[in-house]
Structures are given as C-alpha cells and as structure tokens.
Design a protein around this ligand. Structure first.
Ligand code: PGA
Length: 249
C-alpha cells in the first residue's frame, strides 16, 4: 500500500524564531489522518527544526541539495550534511529551482543519484507551464521530466522515490488544477511508471499534487484515487491551515 503524504514547503520563509514558533503551533494540532506529515524549512534552520519537532510525527525535510558529497561548491549543502543533522528526505526539482536556478533534467538526475546513494528519500517535482497546457502538450512535458531524471534508476530505487506533480501555473497563483485534471495527470504518471517498471512499482509510488492546495479544496483533490497527498506552499505557513489539509485524508 502506498503512503499518503502531506508535505509543507516553507520555501524562503521563517527565520529561526519563526521556525520554532510555527513548529510549536504545529505540535499543538491534532492529527486525525493517517498521512505522513513533513515540513521543509530553509536549510539554515534544519538542525534546529529537527530538534524542535521531537517528539512528534512531523518529519523535517530539505528543500534542495547538491549532487556532490563535499568540495568546492560555495553555498551548497550535500546529502551527507543533511543526514548528519537528521534529515532523511529531500525535495528535488521544484519548479522554482528549475526556473530561477537553472536546474535541468540532467542536473536533477545527478541529484537524484546522490540522494538515493546516501539513502535519502526524494520528493521529485515536475509539471508543465501554462503554455504547455494551453497547447495540449502537458503529458509530453511531464513524461520527459520523469524519464530524463528518473528512468536510469533500477526498480528497487523507487522505494525511496515520491513524485510530486506541480503544474507551474497553479503554484502560488491561487489557481488549482481541478480534481479531474489532477487525477488525469496522476493516472498518466502512474501509467508511465508502469510501462517502464511494471504495475507493482507504479502502484507503490506515492504521487503528490502541488499547486494552491488549501483547506477548502484539499478534500476533493485528495479524494481522487491516484492522488496520494500534497506538496503545500503558502498554506503550510499557518498551522491550522496546514493541519486542515493534513486531516483532509
Ligand atoms: P503553493 O505552492 O501551495 O503556494 O501553490 C506549492 C509548491 O510550490 O509546492
């Protein structure tokens, strides 16, 4: 059975005291769902966040990492560094990383390998832009992003892979893919996986939806059979909103 996951991507928000205070608020919320709950604070606060979440069900994850294990890469953070502060999951390929930091499929394939080699689980993000959807090209784009960064992996690697479909036009815009649009794409993604790795692998991989998920639309999106959770930006910055989404399962 694949897992339900709700992950909050805090992006470049929350300094140290805000991080501690939001985590305190999160720990006061009641979890009534079976979903795994994750938060991704900025790298500089990961260690303190890991400490602050203890004891709770909340897993602290990273927003990004470099592919090299160490060396002359000013400003970067490696997989082993993440592990050393107690982080075991990393978001890779977020559309903001692709758009503002020139992350290509080729670069992401290296990051994927580095994370998995260090036994770090990945939440691999991808999604089409508005022009792609308008021209009916969204499935080609998504298929290409998945194939280019992941299809060199062995089937066994997928136990540490979570996918996150995030149409760029829905991120931070208040515009959400309709539950049907999300389901159609998730079904297509699962079929793409199944064609390459077989139904067992495809059925075991959690596929999250991201893009303006809010307390008032989470329920309907999560009710779709191929939507196994959400990657939440804006609404993850308020404890009540985030947990309303977590508890939508
Ligand atoms: P949003 O962000 O929920 O603010 O649209 C989603 C994301 O970037 O993962």
């Amino acid at each position: 059975m694949r897992k339900n996951i709700v992950a909050g991507n805090w992006k470049m928000n929350n300094d140290l005291s805000q991080t501690r205070s939001l985590i305190n608020d999160l720990k006061e919320q009641r979890i009534t769902s079976n979903a795994e709950v994750m938060i991704a604070p900025t790298a500089v606060n990961l260690y303190q966040a890991v400490e602050a979440t203890k004891p709770s069900k909340i897993e602290v994850i990273a927003q990004n990492m470099h592919f090299a294990d160490s060396g002359a890469y000013t400003g970067e953070v490696s997989a082993s560094m993440l592990k050393s502060v107690g982080v075991g999951t990393v978001i890779l390929g977020h559309s903001e990383r692709r758009a503002y930091f020139n992350e290509t499929d080729e670069l992401l394939a290296k990051k994927v390998d580095a994370a998995l080699a260090n036994n770090i689980r990945i939440i691999f993000c991808f999604g089409e832009e508005l022009a792609d959807r308008k021209s009916g090209n969204e499935e080609n784009i998504v298929e290409g992003q998945i194939k280019n960064a992941l299809f060199h992996l062995d089937a066994s690697a997928f136990k540490n892979v979570v996918l996150a479909y995030e149409p760029v036009w829905a991120i931070g815009t208040g515009e959400t893919a309709s539950p049907e649009q999300a389901q159609d794409m998730h079904e297509f993604i699962r079929k793409t996986l199944s064609d390459k790795y077989g139904a067992n692998v495809a059925d075991s991989v959690s596929i999250l939806y991201g893009g303006s998920v809010k307390p008032n639309n989470a329920n309907e999106i999560f009710s779709k059979p191929d939507v196994d959770g959400g990657l939440i930006g804006g609404a993850s910055l308020k404890a009540e909103d985030f947990f309303a989404i977590v508890n939508a399962f």
